[in-house]
Write a protein that binds this ligand. Structure first.
Ligand code: HEM
Length: 136
């Protein structure tokens, strides 16, 4: 007797969020490693970098990935592309510059300011995207 039950195709729907989620978990690895290193060394100089890698990197990127997976129209929009590139180009620069500032290199301040404004512009693109492209 032939079975009529077919194996479900693997669901990889809504590709928009996947790259966000993969990047977010890389930030989680870095953030957790920094936390362990700070705890082990009792050197908390880079605490703000740890916090931002975890919150702006892991948490914010993962939330964007989940939101774009649930709302693929928003995930595929031009605003989502702007959000992606602004935030993901800015964030590594911001984290590196912040780490260098905390270690006493104030020359990187202009780079940090530019990266901060880019990240903020990315957040505004995200907000505009959700307001314009999330429909009931
Ligand atoms: C195994 C994982 C982690 C370890 C070992 C770790 C370790 C640490 C340590 C040692 C500190 C400094 C505590 C102090 O100054 O007394 C800290 C601060 C902090 N961590 Fe983590 N952490 C981890 C994961 C996370 C995650 C996942 C997040 C957020 C999603 C996070 C957010 C923060 C924040 C917001 C602070 C405070 C920063 C500040 O006061 O400037 N951490 N963590």
């Amino acid at each position: 007797m032939q079975s009529t039950v077919q194996a479900a195709a693997p669901v990889q729907s809504n590709a928009a969020g996947i790259v966000w989620l993969k990047l977010s978990v890389l930030y989680l690895i870095v953030g957790v490693a920094m936390g362990i290193a700070m705890g082990a060394s009792h050197n908390f100089t880079l605490r703000p970098v740890h916090a931002h890698v975890n919150l702006l990197g892991w948490t914010t990127l993962a939330l964007a990935g989940l939101i774009y997976s649930v709302f693929p129209v928003a995930g595929a929009s031009k605003l989502a592309k702007a959000h992606f590139w602004l935030l993901n180009l800015a964030l590594p620069v911001m984290m590196l510059a912040l780490a260098m500032m905390l270690m006493g290199n104030t020359a990187v301040l202009p780079a940090m300011v530019v990266a901060e404004f880019m990240a903020a512009a990315g957040v505004l693109a995200f907000a505009a995207n959700l307001f314009l492209n999330l429909k009931r």
